[in-house]
Design a protein around this ligand. Structure first.
Ligand code: G3H
Ligand code: 13P
Ligand code: ZN
Length: 328
């Protein structure tokens, strides 16, 4: 059944676990997520970005998620809009039937320019007002996602700030977070602690100075009843990087957010963990390997099935690590 995010995150808080939220763009990703959730009996949060909508088209995306709800009626599913850039975008999603939206007012509506506090409160408050009137949950963001190693947002052409940011923008301030929750009434709050979107998060396995799990603890201590959200939380599995490069890819050395650090965050109020890149890596690695090892195959269902299995295994591993298995 389609449920609101608030329902799932309240349950996650009550039973002290975290829910991975996976980005979806196509059938194979959707199927991988649902098969994994079905196997381990976990609730599902699937999220669609503006890029996903552009790729698949809003009606296809909507019906893809509704099809999942229909095929797996026993699994609670949240249909969430990732990184809404304006109240209009969020309103359109609600009209399309999303049960949860993110208003990312940490950036202006271009999705690149860091916004000031008052702007963020203004757009987020607006969305909370109309979303709650429809029973739809709202995620806000305070602080800009980006690397504490380089000050850069990470992804070049995806969602994220442009240019170099300073430490105060890249790390959520606990006092400001508390004020923001009070001023907006959001159901969940995305925070900045040094993670960034995409595959290039850290140049080596991250240490406590560039991945600030300690900051999560401070924020959670200040607002214990707010569900925290970690973006840019792919772990960038080294084995998949290796497979991609072994079969013709050219990815540079890079490190993600270690699963054990996310688990530490979950102990301190993190309830939603956004993951996109890991499924992209697994999918690409599996397809590259399949095609290299089966040069005579040309039925897309064959290599897409291999990619679905690879993604499904990552989803299962995250459900288990975050304590969400058995919680559906
Ligand atoms: O937040 C970023 C997600 O990974 C979505 O990426 O905008 O390329 O769909 P995208
Ligand atoms: P990754 O790029 O680390 O998978 O993050 C995805 C994300 O935060 C989507 O909002
Ligand atoms: Zn994100």
């Amino acid at each position: 059944a389609l449920v609101s995010m608030r329902q799932l995150l309240d349950h996650a808080a009550e039973f002290s676990y975290g829910l991975p939220a996976f980005n979806v763009n196509n059938l194979e990703q959707m199927r991988a997520i649902m098969e994994a959730a079905d196997k381990v009996d976990a609730p599902v949060i699937v999220q669609a970005s503006a890029g996903a909508r552009k790729y698949a088209g809003a009606p296809f995306l909507r019906h893809l998620i509704l099809a999942a709800v229909e095929e797996f009626p026993h699994i609670p599913v949240v249909m969430h809009q990732d990184h809404g850039t304006s109240p209009d975008v969020c309103q359109r999603s609600i009209q399309l039937g999303f049960s949860s939206v993110m208003m990312d007012g940490s950036l202006k509506s271009d999705g690149k320019t860091p916004a000031d506090y008052d702007y963020n409160v203004d757009v987020t408050r607006t969305v909370v007002n109309f979303a709650h009137a429809c029973g739809v949950s709202v995620e806000g963001e305070i602080g800009c996602l980006g690397s504490l190693e380089t000050g850069m947002a990470g992804e070049e052409d995806g969602v994220g700030a442009e240019g170099v940011l300073d430490h105060s923008q890249l790390l959520t301030d606990p006092e400001e977070a508390a004020q923001f929750v009070k001023d907006t009434g959001v159901d969940a709050l995305a925070i900045a602690i040094g993670t960034s979107h995409g595959a290039y998060k850290f140049s080596k396995k991250p240490t406590g100075d560039v991945l600030r799990i300690d900051r999560i603890k401070e924020i959670h201590a200040r607002i214990p009843n707010t569900h925290l959200v970690m973006h840019g939380s792919s772990s960038v599995p080294q084995e998949w990087l290796q497979i991609i490069n072994e079969f013709g890819g050219e990815l540079g050395e890079t490190y993600g957010v270690p699963v054990e650090e996310i688990v530490e965050g979950i102990k301190h109020g993190v309830r939603k963990v956004n993951i996109d890149t890991d499924l992209r890596l697994a999918s690409t690695g599996a397809i590259r390997r399949f095609l290299a090892q089966n040069p005579k195959e040309f039925d897309p269902r064959k290599y897409l099935a291999a990619s679905t299995v690879a993604m499904r295994d990552i989803v299962i591993a995250r459900y288990e690590a975050f304590g969400a298995a058995g919680m559906a």
